[in-house]
Design a protein around this ligand. Sequence first.
Ligand code: B1M
Length: 207
Amino acid sequence: MADLQALADAVIKGDQKTAVDLTKSALEEGTGPGKVLEEGLIAGMNVIGTRFKANEVYIPEVLISARAMKMAMEILEPKLVEAGVEPIGKAIIGTVQGDLHDIGKNLVMMMLKGAGFNVIDLGVDVSPEKFVEQAKENGAQIVGLSALLTTTMPAMEKSVKALKDAGLDAKVIVGGAPVTQGYADKIGADGYSPDAASAVDLAKSLV
Ligand code: B1M
């Protein structure tokens, strides 16, 4: 019998090898890939997300857990596709034009993936046009914008405007150290979150 709690624990501890081995053995024993994802990997990342929010764990632990999840996902993803397991939503995410900071954006991306979103990472220095083009091309329900510099906040505003002007259904969520709820409201974003764990709750509430 596959031990999905042990798999969740491996993700929580950031134990890549055990996470990969337990994912493989659960699939070999015939456990459905959706169940392995939900009760193993996502369950583990949810615990990390909750602890991160409560300041019980810090960025390095989150990154180590996310890496363990990523390695296990490489085994699981083809099986999920074969089984037709639907992601809970499609998101694209990037750091806005002129801004090269990506650590926070990557954390948000990993947490969203951990929560079951299909996430496409556009990287850093993403132009408003690229956000619009990629949101259209991928049918994104969520577009995530990150900015770390006060000087790149206007690029965030331009990106939100471009996405809204394009008439897309996608909800635009924003974050990053200088960004506030007030700024998000001012530029017409659909949501703001101060950290990666809350970004997941926000994205879930918008799909
Ligand atoms: Co830069 N940098 N940096 N930097 N850098 C800051 C941001 C700065 C505050 C440092 C300082 O002066 N005290 C300052 C900005 C000042 C300002 O604008 N007010 C600054 C500056 C000035 C610069 C340069 C201009 C320096 C220079 O060259 N003169 C330059 C700009 C380059 C550019 O982007 N064009 C620069 C360069 C760099 C490095 C390349 C060296 C490196 C980036 C490496 C990388 O990202 N790969 C770097 C770093 C590491 C920092 C600090 C030290 C750390 C940023 C970080 O990763 N934090 C930073 C000072 C600081 O914050 N203490 C600083 C950890 C990360 C997990 O937090 O990104 O805030 P954060 O993400 C959080 C939340 O904000 C939120 O969730 C995350 C996790 O909870 N969040 C979202 C983020 N995005 C979100 C999106 C969401 C939701 C939530 O929805 C979509």
